[in-house]
Write a protein that binds this ligand. Structure first.
Ligand SMILES: Cc1cc2nc3c(=O)[nH]c(=O)nc-3n(C[C@H](O)[C@H](O)[C@H](O)COP(=O)(O)OP(=O)(O)OC[C@H]3O[C@@H](n4cnc5c(N)ncnc54)[C@H](O)[C@@H]3O)c2cc1C
Ligand code: SF4
Ligand code: SF4
Length: 427
């Protein structure tokens, strides 16, 4: 039976003005019209759950550490957990039979399909490409393994995935899996007890710097010589964007060569919400599956899997027979680079000349952090950049939207932060 409090809210929900396939194509301005300034369009406010926005939105109140206590009975320990979230195990893995249509080896969609095949769930909330597009995300409720498998590959833009909970509730399904981003998982966990589900498996994707579909197209226009023929792209751990084209050829662009000013700077392309997000590694999932800490080369399609909860362990055991396990690796020292980055946030530098960029790219690839150390460096830089953004643009909200683990993670930069910004790192 539906939760009574939710049933009565159903009556006051606004009628849907646009279909999900239309929403996903909108610009940021169109999409966020009438929304709070900080919104990632997670899907709560577009559907019947809108009345529960204040109780669930990560940008109204970041409840991450409260939910961590509920899931794990504790908050993050010092060390890697401050960056990666609470884990009981981290594995390097790939599917033995790689799915070359997938974003990496295809673990996520295979896992979703397995849950349906084994009858462990009745539906999987996933995201596929909207009709007529390659990259615009269309969330949907998959009822068969084939439907989940067909959603392989990223549609790397903001997706109102939680709106599919309306369909879940209407269909009366009680055992579901959810594949989604940190902001979505935060809201889902905040509402979990109200949804009346018997079983919920949460498969998290890491996520940073997401954007709207038109802005992704602008990005590809700047990054690629032939944006229309890009069929796969990823920000790789070798400090380059790799773009694969329809004819199979690979185009690679150094991060340092990306002309971010042509996109209006980071603040011109990324929504304020994504610049105020502190959950790159989707810390409230049962299991997070990404690539950030996995070894190169990318052609080998290694991924990393962060097992968080008992249910996450169950998911890992389910997919394990289909996995080849690899070795975790790390090299280099991120700390000097991260400390220097604090100064660059305070005094942004002009785009260097081409020879300097070439040298920087070579240094990053050959002397920069690798493996887990690369993952730590990226996460710390995003935490720091986003803290600076919140203080600059949404200072009054800092206490509500920045979780405590952020200050603990960045504590080793407190002296350089104080020197650059003339105020303490920790409020
Ligand atoms: C916007 C975005 C940003 C990401 N950023 C990072 C990152 O910075 N670091 C990192 O390690 N990993 C990141 N990932 C995850 C990574 O790119 C792969 O999706 C992940 O490793 C799973 O690969 P796979 O081959 O197992 O997935 P596949 O088997 O190919 O399955 C991909 C799954 O992604 C889901 N999906 C696709 N697009 C979206 C979307 N827009 N919103 C929600 N779900 C979606 C689909 O439902 C599908 O189930 C990101 C993913 C997305 C969508
Ligand atoms: S992020 Fe989600 S819950 Fe928050 S305002 Fe946007 S749609 Fe609503
Ligand atoms: S960067 Fe954060 S806020 Fe933006 S879509 Fe990803 S998880 Fe959500």
């Amino acid at each position: 039976m539906a939760n009574p409090s939710l049933s009565s809210e159903r009556a006051v929900a606004a009628p849907k003005a646009r279909s999900l396939a239309e929403i996903t194509l909108l610009t940021q301005a169109e999409r966020f019209k009438g929304r709070p300034k900080l919104c990632s369009d997670c899907g709560i406010c577009g559907g019947e759950l809108r009345p529960l926005m204040a109780a669930s939105c990560v940008f109204v109140q970041n409840r991450h550490e409260q939910i961590e206590l509920r899931l794990h009975g504790r908050n993050r320990n010092d060390g890697d957990e401050l960056l990666f979230g609470i884990t009981r195990a981290i594995h390097i893995a790939r599917l033995r039979k790689i799915n070359y249509e997938a974003q990496w080896s295809g673990i996520v969609t295979r896992l979703g399909a397995l849950l349906l095949e084994r009858g462990l769930v009745d539906g999987v909330v996933a995201t596929k490409a909207a009709p007529g597009t390659r990259w615009a995300p269309l969330p949907f409720l998959a009822r068969t393994p084939e439907e989940v498998l067909a959603s392989a590959g990223n549609t790397p833009c903001l997706s109102p995935t939680l709106e599919i909970l309306d369909e879940v509730r209407a269909s009366g399904l009680k055992r579901i899996a959810f594949i989604g981003m940190g902001c979505q998982v935060h809201a889902l966990r905040a509402l979990e007890e109200e949804l009346g589900l018997e079983k919920l498996y949460v498969i998290g994707l890491p996520c940073t710097d997401n954007t709207s579909y038109p802005d992704l197209m602008r990005f590809l226009g700047v990054a690629s010589k032939s944006p229309a023929t890009v069929v796969h792209h990823e920000f790789m751990q070798d400090f380059r964007v790799w773009m694969r084209h329809e004819d199979g050829h690979l185009e690679k662009m150094n991060y340092v060569d990306l002309d971010v000013s042509a996109l209006g700077g980071e603040r011109g392309i990324f929504p304020a919400a994504c610049l105020s997000c502190f959950d790159y590694q989707n810390g409230l999932s049962d299991i997070t599956i990404g690539y950030l800490g996995a070894p190169l080369p990318p052609e080998q399609r290694w991924q990393w899997m962060l097992v968080r909860t008992e249910r996450g362990q169950e998911l890992f055991e389910l997919i394990k027979p289909l996995l080849e396990l690899g070795e975790r690796s790390e090299a280099g020292n991120r700390r000097v680079g991260v400390r220097t980055y604090v100064g660059m946030l305070r005094r942004p530098r002009k785009r260097p000349s081409a020879p300097v960029r070439k040298f920087v790219a070579w240094m990053q690839r050959n002397k920069g952090p690798k493996g887990f150390e690369f993952a730590r460096s990226v996460i710390e830089m995003k935490l720091m950049r986003n803290l600076v953004f919140v203080r600059d643009q949404f200072a009054k909200q800092e206490q509500r939207i920045v979780p405590r683990y952020v200050y603990r993670a960045l504590a080793y930069t407190a002296d350089v932060y104080q020197e650059e910004f003339g105020r303490p790192l920790e409020p």
